[in-house]
Each structure stands twice: as C-alpha cells, then as structure tokens.
Design a binder for this molecule. Structure first.
Ligand code: UN1
Length: 511
C-alpha cells in the first residue's frame, strides 16, 4: 500500500484530479460530477477524477485547434524529437507507470511493465517514421509534367481507448498521430482514468519543457465525451478501441459526417493445434493466451481447435497446466492470473459459463468466482476450459474473461473453416511443424484474420507490424508497418512545367 502511494505521488496523481488537460494546464469541471477509480486488486478506492462537461470539451477543442496550426508546420523530424523525449520519459517512469497499470487495471506486474515497454517501442518506431513519411512519385502521361503524392496531417485526432490496455493503445495512436502532424484528444476508459492522468502528465512535461504550446495532447474524462468526439466535424479521425457493440455506434456516427475511423473491436481468437505440433510449446502458447491479462486482451485465446488424434492427450495436459495456475494479487509476481476489471465483468463471466452449460458445454476445468480474504475485491475468477461446438451462440461471442473453448477437428480444411467461422477476425494461430499446413494456414484460403501466427499464440503482438483485424473486429490498423497512413491525408500533385497545357487522356480542347 505504501508502495502504491509513492507510485501515485511520483506520477502526479492527486486524491481528486481535474476533468481535463490541454497539456501543462489542467482544469476542474464546471459541475461537481466525479468518477472514483477502484482497484480490482483489493477493491480499494485509489483516487477520484472529475467528469468533463460540454463546456470543458469546447475549451479543449479550441486549444487543440490552435495548437494544430502550430504543430502541423513544425518539421516532422522535430515532432519526432518530441516523441523521442517522450520515450525517454517513459523509460524513466516505467517502474511507476507499470505498477499503476497493474494496480488500476489488474493485470500482472510483468504485463504492466510490458505495456509500458510497448509504449517505449512505439515511440522509437515513430521517431524513425518522422523522417520516413514517404510518398511515391509517378510518371505522368503528359510531357514535361511531374506527378507525386504527399502525406499531410489531418487535424485533431480523437483517441477513445479501452481499460484493458489503458496506456499502450493510447500511445500507439498518439505517437503516430503526433509525428504525422496531428494533435490528439484522448478519452480514456472511465475504468482506468488514473493511468490516463499519469500518461498525460508525462507527455505534457516533455512538451512544456520544450516550450510547445498547449493543446497538442489533450485529455478529457467521462463517458459523454465519446459521443462529443464521434459527432464533432472538427475531428476528421477517430481511433476507437473497445467492444464491437460500441464500435458499431462509433463507426456509424463518424461515417455519417464523412469522418474516418480506425476501429479495433472484438476478437474471437483461435489456435489450431495440429497433430504435428510441438505440444510443449503449444501448451504454453495456449495457456498464456487464454489466462494472460485474465483473458481480457482483444487478442486473448478464446478457442483451441485441436486435431482429433491428439485431442485427449492435449486436453489432459491442459487440465494439468490449469491445475498449476496461481490466482491472486497481480502485483505479487508469484501469481499467474489477476482479477477481472470489475464485478460487472465477473457477472458477464458467470453468465457466459451458465449459457455455455445450457448449450451443452462440457467443462473439463470448472470455473467459479473466488472469495476469501485474498479475493476481497470480488473480481477474481477461476480460468476455465470447456469442450464445445463452434456454432454455440456463446462460442460465437467474445466474452472478456478467461474461458477457453475446445473444439475437435479432423482435417486442416475443417480446422480453418472453424477458425474462420466466427463474426470476428482479429488474431489466429496454428501450432504445427508441418510446412504444408503452416503455409496453407497463411495463404489466401487460410486464416481470414488481421494477424495469423505460426508456432506462436494469438496474443502478444509486437508493435512493428500493423495491428488490427477484419469483419466485426472493424478493419482498422494501428501501430507498425504503414499504419501511419491512416493518420494522414494523401494529396496527389501534378505539376506542368511545359509551355502548353496538354489535357490528360489525350483530350483536345482548343479555343
Ligand atoms: C488489446 O488487447 O487491445 O497483441 C491490444 C497483444 C498486445 C496488444 C493487445 N500487444 O496482445
């Protein structure tokens, strides 16, 4: 507990935090509503934060608009330098910020540190990018003409992030958006507002130390802010991470005003375990994928599609592995599994198990809510495993909890069809030492997901690749590769340096 209070102090978190920030400047809300942040680790209230009003939102937007005028004209490598310094500040704050992530969100300390490491990595990536925002040059069909494309900043980018990666997902968006010349308005999950306060302090200090204007990175607290962003024409791009249900409303609202959205929605990720798999590796991949972050990653492993010849053996090994899991305080590195985010999530977990049983699920590792002095927050549940059929309604849905479904297959074609036979399309994997199977899984007739791995589980993607998925996952891409293009507008330029004006397509127009 003492440790936590010094972490909070180091990160600039007060007992009552202001509703919004445009950078160095923080302001209280004009009305008295507040959100309390409770730790799922021990149920204790950590601190409170005010909720932003429509007036607060307006004042942030005004500041952001004027900051954009400045920021877009700052050379991209200079913007990159701000992000480089942000990465350095994160290196210095890693211990504190990782601990807060673990305490406020409930993921293991190692995963909390891992999340901050993802932030550092994306900063490094973005710094390099700031000198590589390349456009193509094309050959014009007309003589003495030059044609090329450039990438320009879009403006104010709205970032709406989820509780499960309370700091990393924001940084993927913000680091890229900033080097691309945009300014950001962040609405974090109301379940993890203090992580957001901490991040905003870190980035604001870097910007203030460099005498940058207010409004480059902005934070606004409260659920109502989401709709304000979605419906605001001044925000050309909204990057949303969260459930498919809310993603649908975000996408509709943003599209109806012809805004652009980057959607990172639900996953229903499967690992195919071939009879040619290395089973030792497969067990680790499957168990980490299913119980890591207590099953609350969008990349968490929800389904194992197992070849029938090894099904019984693999199931038995899985049951044994689950028997060794230690559940408890995630700040204690001895534990594998921490709590769910809140008791509402525990209810969803329990309901999913009930529904599974009604549909015929056979639980080979039983679930259940834990109680007792070590589990006083009421948020700790037992990771469980059930033999099911892929078509069960509950199997088709994403339940954000450590429930793992086992499905049997005969042929690889059947396994791929099962893997693809869900509405979501985020992450997928095959465990096999058979080259033909691996390549078939990765081919155009293989996995339909945005992420497809061989001999690696479904979660724990590196930042260097584009992150996102198809179908109900929303189609957005964030993070590495050329995902930066989603944060810029492309302009095609044709320049005529001839002393005549030839028209394209050979059209003659003489006056
Ligand atoms: C998420 O769950 O929203 O691939 C992001 C992973 C992490 C990111 C997950 N790098 O599991």
């Amino acid at each position: 507990k003492k440790n936590i209070s010094s972490v909070l102090k180091n990160l600039g978190i007060q007992e009552l935090n202001p509703a919004y920030s445009t950078g160095k400047h923080w302001s209280g809300a004009t009305d008295a509503k507040t959100i309390d942040s409770f730790s799922p680790v021990d149920g204790q209230k950590i601190a409170s934060i005010q909720v932003a009003t429509a007036e607060d939102y307006e004042s942030v937007m005004k500041t952001a608009e004027s900051a954009f005028q400045f920021w877009r004209s700052l050379p991209a490598p200079k913007r990159g330098d701000m992000v480089r310094q942000f990465g350095d500040a994160l290196r210095a704050a890693k211990e504190d910020l990782g601990t807060l992530v673990s305490y406020e969100m409930g993921k293991s300390l190692q995963e909390g540190f891992g999340e901050v490491q993802e932030m550092i990595d994306i900063c490094d990536f973005a710094v390099g990018l700031s000198r590589q925002l390349y456009g193509l040059t094309m050959h014009s069909e007309r003589p003495n003409h030059r044609m090329y494309e450039q990438w320009h900043p879009m403006g104010i980018v709205g970032v709406i992030s989820a509780f499960n990666f309370p700091v990393a997902v924001w940084s993927w968006n913000t680091a890229l958006a900033l080097v691309c010349g945009n300014v950001c308005v962040w609405k974090p999950s109301s379940k993890t507002p203090l992580c957001a306060v901490a991040c905003q302090h870190i980035l604001s200090k870097v910007l203030a130390d460099n005498e940058m204007p207010e409004g480059i990175s902005n934070l606004l607290i409260g659920n109502a802010v989401g709709d304000m962003i979605n419906n605001d024409k001044r925000i050309p791009l909204v990057s949303f991470t969260g459930s498919t249900r809310i993603g649908r409303t975000v996408s509709t609202a943003v599209a109806s005003r012809f805004g652009r959205s980057i959607l990172e929605l639900g996953g229903n990720n499967a690992i195919i375990i071939s009879k040619d798999a290395d089973l030792d590796m497969s067990i680790i991949g499957a168990v980490f994928g299913a119980v890591g972050t207590a099953g609350q990653r969008c990349t968490s492993t929800r389904r194992l599609i197992i070849q029938e010849d090894i099904y019984e053996e693999f199931k038995n090994r899985l049951v044994k592995a689950y028997g060794q899991l230690r559940i408890g305080d995630p700040l204690d590195q001895h534990h594998h599994v921490g709590p769910l985010i809140d008791t509402a999530a525990v209810d969803m977990y329990s309901k999913a198990i009930e529904k599974g049983i009604q549909e015929g699920a056979d639980f080979v590792v039983e679930g259940g809510v834990l109680s007792g002095p070590n589990y006083s927050s009421g948020c700790y549940v037992k990771p469980c495993v059930a033999a099911v059929e892929n078509h069960y309604e509950i199997v088709q849905e994403e339940t954000f909890a450590p429930i793992l479904y086992l499905i049997k297959y005969k042929t690889l074609e059947e396994a791929i069809a099962l893997q693809n036979g869900v509405p979501q399309g985020l992450s997928s994997a095959i465990m096999t030492l058979n080259l033909r199977e691996a390549e078939q899984f990765l081919s155009s007739s293989g996995s339909d997901c945005g992420i497809a791995n061989v001999n690696i589980g479904t979660s724990g993607a590196e930042i260097g690749g584009a992150f996102g998925g198809e179908k109900e996952t929303g189609g957005g891409r964030e993070s590495g590769s050329d995902a930066w293009k989603g944060y810029m507008r492309r302009q095609t330029n044709t320049i005529n340096y001839a002393n005549t004006l030839p028209l394209a397509q050979g059209i003659k127009f003489d006056l």
